[in-house]
Design a protein around this ligand. Structure first.
Ligand code: GUN
Length: 306
């Protein structure tokens, strides 16, 4: 569906004298469309580089083991590289790989001049120390923006590379012309990948940010006061539609597979879309943006650091 597609819902309520039918609706923020536009711009920039005799950006993606969901994500990233004319390397390692061997693989890519971005797909098997591996990636090639150097830059309001999912959310807000300055924003989930950097991105733009997490006492109370809600927890339907303040913007980062095979987000979509002004669908919302911003970061790394 296109940006601006309206989801009509009919909400009846009883007034003192007669039945009034109120139509409330949220507009969809179409991640597929926004991501396609971004990828098209990236492809044009890469073509210009190639025409000038410069190298195409190169992204190396390391997958450890055979987690089916990780395989799907990694294949999407490699395919996206082809679409925007990047070089890509997919490196698949056995799930028994040692910490030393994985560190050595990252170090090799750190010195490879054809590679501008290095991504280690998470989660890693239990026996590996993910923090040490992510810190081994040269900050200039840290296109996931997980390295403390790059997160530190964002925290200090001088970002260069930006965390892909929160960056994608900010571009979605731009696409609907939404300035977040002064808005009451609630981020649900405090992960390193989504919640924490999301809060920093919003704070950087002047929002008032509350981060809710598993120890939050009254999630409904926080969510119901928010002008903008960003949810990234991985629990289907955690955020109830009835909690959404009329006119609020709802960004659902969750991607959960139900027993029937369908994908669903962390927000009760149907009811939430009766209250919200804008809402992201799952699938087709934030997911495609994360891949597109990864491409944007890889281009930026090539342009800034090589
Ligand atoms: N696992 C889930 N999301 C991500 C991501 O954005 N980057 C990496 N490297 N791993 C992930």
């Amino acid at each position: 569906m296109a940006v601006g597609t309206t989801i009509e819902k009919i909400t009846p309520y009883i007034s003192t004298s007669y039945l009034v039918i109120v139509s409330m609706s949220a507009q969809l923020i179409d991640g597929n469309k926004i991501a396609a536009e971004l990828r098209s711009n990236i492809k044009q920039s890469v073509q210009k580089r190639i025409d000038l005799g410069q190298k195409a950006p190169g992204l190396a993606v390391i997958l450890v083991g055979q987690d089916p969901a990780s395989e799907v994500y990694v294949n999407k990233k490699v395919k996206a590289c082809e679409d925007v004319l990047f070089n890509s390397q997919k490196i698949v390692l056995q799930d028994s790989v040692s910490q030393q061997d994985l560190l050595a693989q990252v170090e090799k890519l750190n010195h490879d001049e054809s590679i501008h971005g290095i991504l280690v797909q998470l989660p890693l098997p239990e026996h590996l120390d993910a923090s040490e591996i992510l810190e081994k990636i040269r900050p200039e090639k840290d296109v996931d923006c997980f390295h403390p150097f790059n997160i530190g830059r964002l925290a200090q309001r001088i970002p260069v590379l930006r965390p892909c999912t929160p960056y994608g959310v900010m571009l979605m807000l731009d696409s609907i012309g939404q300035d977040v300055k002064g808005l009451d924003c609630v981020v649900v989930g405090a992960s390193n990948i989504v919640g924490r950097p999301m809060a920093m991105e919003l704070l950087l733009k002047g929002a008032t940010v509350t981060v809710c997490h598993k120890f939050t006492k009254d999630l409904a109370d926080h969510v119901s006061r928010a002008d903008l809600i960003v949810v990234g927890v991985g629990i289907p339907g955690l955020v109830k539609g009835e909690w959404i303040k009329p006119g609020a913007i709802v960004i659902d980062v969750g991607i959960n597979r139900l027993p029937n095979g369908k994908l669903t987000g962390d927000v009760e979509f149907e009811v939430a879309s009766q209250n919200a002004s804008w809402i992201t669908p799952v699938p087709g919302g934030v997911g495609p943006m994360t891949v597109a911003t990864l491409m944007q970061n890889t281009l930026l790394a090539a342009e800034t650091y090589s």
